[in-house]
Design a protein around this ligand. Structure first.
Ligand SMILES: Cc1cc2nc3c(=O)[nH]c(=O)nc-3n(C[C@H](O)[C@H](O)[C@H](O)COP(=O)(O)OP(=O)(O)OC[C@H]3O[C@@H](n4cnc5c(N)ncnc54)[C@H](O)[C@@H]3O)c2cc1C
Length: 292
């Protein structure tokens, strides 16, 4: 029996993943599922476990490089409205794991919740930001979390409260299969001042970094308090390229994949940058991007 049997309405075979990532590269997913309810998601995950089909979670694809050979197993995308809701109660905000980070940030600013406006311009989803503890200039997503609802690999729903959660630089203890929802609390500030600050930060960011629409990705982790951008620049690698993939002139910790680029060229440029930073600065850069 194929994995699609009984799930024809939510599972597709051989789905190209390039369109689901910011680099716009890579092969197909053997199975690609967009469940519409929690019950469908649970049933699918249980079937995958029974059939020993590996499962991965895709958010906004802004921190992923998919190899040209694609991905075996099932890639789950929480794109249905059930997983993308955002609601507000007092100074608490609840957001689905599939909700866009931009929607989360705009809602927080409108409600007078301070902090998230600092992350304006970062692409992806709430689930991806919780999984990666996404942040910018010392402001980390995990700092506002009060609880998270997750789905385990054997198909059980669990709620983790803040005592059982930990966040550090670009990582969190939320390593279960799927982050379904997060509840957050914030300090408050007048919405108009948050909106003005957010607009200014957005302009600054757009001038300083490429946009996700430019087929770009953020590549390496900072090292010992030094930004990866500075290290790559200090190693003289701004503008370095492999074929149509190049280190961004605006921020060297971003690679931009021009038309005709392949995932292997991105991997080759990553290797070149890692090697030259090691040779010139004696520092081992660690990847921020995940390779599937
Ligand atoms: C232009 C640009 C600017 C960026 N700027 C920054 C920045 O300033 N700071 C920063 O930290 N990052 C930055 N990033 C990286 C990226 O945007 C963030 O890491 C983002 O939070 C990833 O979210 P995503 O939904 O796209 O995750 P994806 O790339 O889809 O997935 C990343 C990981 O999270 C997991 N995941 C995703 N959703 C879920 C879920 N619901 N449940 C469980 N696991 C899940 C995936 O399995 C994968 O392991 C930038 C990227 C780009 C392209």
């Amino acid at each position: 029996m194929s994995l699609t049997t009984g799930f024809e309405h939510i599972v597709r075979e051989n789905e190209p993943l390039a369109a689901h990532t910011s680099l716009k590269l890579g092969g197909v997913a053997q199975y690609f599922a967009e469940p519409t309810t929690r019950d469908e998601l649970i049933a699918l995950v249980k079937r995958c476990a029974e059939d020993q089909v590996p499962v991965r979670l895709l958010g906004g694809g802004s921190n992923l490089l998919v190899r040209s050979e694609g991905v075996q197993g099932c890639v789950i995308h929480l794109s249905a409205p059930e997983f993308c809701q955002i609601s507000v109660d007092g100074n608490s905000l609840t957001a689905g794991g599939g909700a866009k980070l931009s929607h989360f940030i705009a809602t927080a600013a409108r409600e007078g919740f301070s902090g998230p406006e600092q992350l304006v311009g970062i692409p992806g989803t709430v689930g991806g930001a919780l999984h990666n503890n996404t942040g910018y200039h010392g402001v980390d997503f995990g700092g506002w979390v009060r609880s998270a609802t997750v789905l385990t690999r054997d198909g059980q729903i669990a709620t983790r409260d803040s005592d059982s959660l930990s966040f550090s630089y670009r990582q969190s203890s939320l390593t279960e299969l799927a982050i379904l929802e997060g509840r957050f609390e914030f300090e408050t500030e007048p919405a108009n001042s948050l909106t003005k600050r957010m607009q200014k930060l957005w302009i600054v960011r757009r001038a300083a970094q490429p946009d996700a629409d430019e087929n770009s990705a953020y590549m390496f982790r900072d090292h010992g308090g030094e930004s990866a951008s500075k290290l790559i620049s200090d190693a003289g690698l701004a503008g370095e390229s492999v074929g149509p993939v190049h280190v961004s002139d605006r921020d060297p910790n971003f690679f931009v994949a021009e038309s005709g680029a392949t995932s292997e060229q991105v991997l080759e440029l990553m290797k070149k940058v890692r090697q030259q930073v090691a040779d010139r600065l004696e520092i081992e850069l660690q990847d921020a991007i995940q390779v599937w």
